[in-house]
Design a protein around this ligand. Structure first.
Ligand code: FEO
Length: 410
């Protein structure tokens, strides 16, 4: 049994991989698992920095036991974020180490009592407070709403390690090692980092920007989030990714997301995709809502600047899966996208109006024509679909709205 992984003369990673949970927060698929990172500082004082979810506790506690004798015990448990994926082990830790003080801010204490019924032996820290462990000195930076109100980052000044909480984290268990420089190809990992960001953190992008501004003056040698890789070679790269994503910056490309019950909306999608595919300079991603989990669709929409949504009318309104997707997008408050809409209807329209209303609420740029077809699309309908694709490309290239001459106005 591993005693953890040494990060420096005082610091150990003692986290666990979760390969049992199917959906993070019971919402987001994690087919490759996720890591809950926990750290142990062994100095004159012994401090745990974050705990883990209440799974694999045997493995977790054995790691602690290998490094900390029963007599020595733990002096502090620093909770930077009370969400149960990091605080699930708090009760058992308190039972095993009754002298251990739990360290957090006032908001942490309130949530600790609410989630775990613990309100004693708590050390309250404020923004900028220090905690001396011997040679190591921790400073606390309160960074609310990334991703709960009590969240704070902790900077260990001697070795310049930033414990950043969920920020800079990613999905996937740590199979190839815990360090950025141990990963042969960072591309797939960065995708899972973006998926974690869009699914979990993106809604709080404004607060992420405030947190990044707050830590901008720190000389960070190592970045240690609560999920995913420890960045010891390229911490600034991880910071740069989060900076771009939380400013809603996007890459060149278009995402078409559609649903189709009997093929009409899908035929329209094909005409749009063909017109985009013949000229596009960026990526073209196509997602059938009935086949792809919204977790992955959100990730692509966050990544690329153009999005085209297609929905049939279902019971006078949006197709339910599209309704779900736009509610998620609205909840995540993604900004600055260029959008088009299309869809088919039978005995009643309705879906396109709802899509248009959604684009306006999001303050996205709407590219015309909005194409609605009654029944199966005819040749002239498919031409309007192709025009929508062409106008999307023009808009992405020039920023000048074009088209609409043949389209339905929303
Ligand atoms: Fe990893 Fe917001 O908890």
């Amino acid at each position: 049994m591993s005693a953890g992984i040494k990060l420096n003369e005082h610091l150990y990673w003692i986290g666990v991989n979760d390969r049992q949970t199917d959906f993070f927060e019971e919402l987001w698929p994690i087919p490759n698992g996720i890591a809950y990172n926990s750290f142990l500082v062994l100095d004159d004082k012994v401090a745990l920095i974050d705990a883990v979810k209440d799974i694999s506790l045997d493995r977790y506690l054995k790691k602690i036991r290998k490094l900390v004798s029963r007599d020595r015990g733990i002096d502090y448990l620093i909770i930077k974020h009370i969400e149960p994926d990091h605080s699930g082990a708090v009760k058992i830790l308190r039972e095993l180490f009754p002298r251990m003080q739990i360290v957090g801010n006032r908001k942490t204490l309130e949530l600790l009592a609410a989630f775990h019924g613990i309100s004693e032996n708590f050390l309250t820290v404020d923004d900028g407070s220090f905690l001396h462990l011997g040679g190591c000195r921790l400073q606390f930076h309160i960074t609310p709403m990334v991703h709960w109100p009590e969240t704070m980052m902790t900077f260990e000044q001697r070795h310049q390690v930033l414990f950043s909480g969920d920020v800079f984290g990613g999905f996937t268990a740590l199979d190839d090692g815990i360090f950025d420089d141990r990963i042969r190809d960072l591309g797939p990992y960065e995708y899972e980092m973006l998926r974690y960001f869009t699914n979990v953190i993106g809604k709080y992008s404004v607060m992420v920007q405030k947190a990044l501004a707050k830590i901008a003056g720190l000389d960070i040698r190592m970045l240690a989030p609560t999920h995913g890789l420890i960045w010891r070679n390229w911490p600034r790269h991880a910071v740069g990714l989060y900076d771009r994503w939380s400013r809603y910056e996007a890459e060149d490309g278009v995402v078409i997301v559609y649903a189709s019950m009997y093929g009409s909306t899908e035929n329209m999608m094909e005409a749009i995709a063909h017109s985009l595919g013949s000229e596009t300079t960026g990526a073209l991603r196509i997602h059938n809502l009935a086949r792809v989990h919204p977790s992955y669709i959100l990730t692509d929409i966050w990544r690329y600047r153009g999005v085209i949504l297609g929905s049939p009318t279902y019971n006078t309104g949006l197709f339910p899966l599209m309704d779900h997707l736009i509610r998620l997008l609205e909840n995540k408050m993604l900004r600055h996208r260029v959008a088009g809409v299309f869809g088919s209807c039978g005995w009643s329209g309705g879906a396109l109006q709802e899509l248009g209303d959604f684009i306006r609420r999001m303050k996205w740029e709407l590219v015309e024509p909005a194409v609605e077809v009654k029944g199966a699309p005819r040749e002239e309908d498919l031409k309007r679909c192709a025009l929508l694709g062409a106008n999307m490309l023009k808009q992405l290239r020039t920023g000048i709205p074009r088209g609409g001459e043949q389209g339905d106005s929303l």
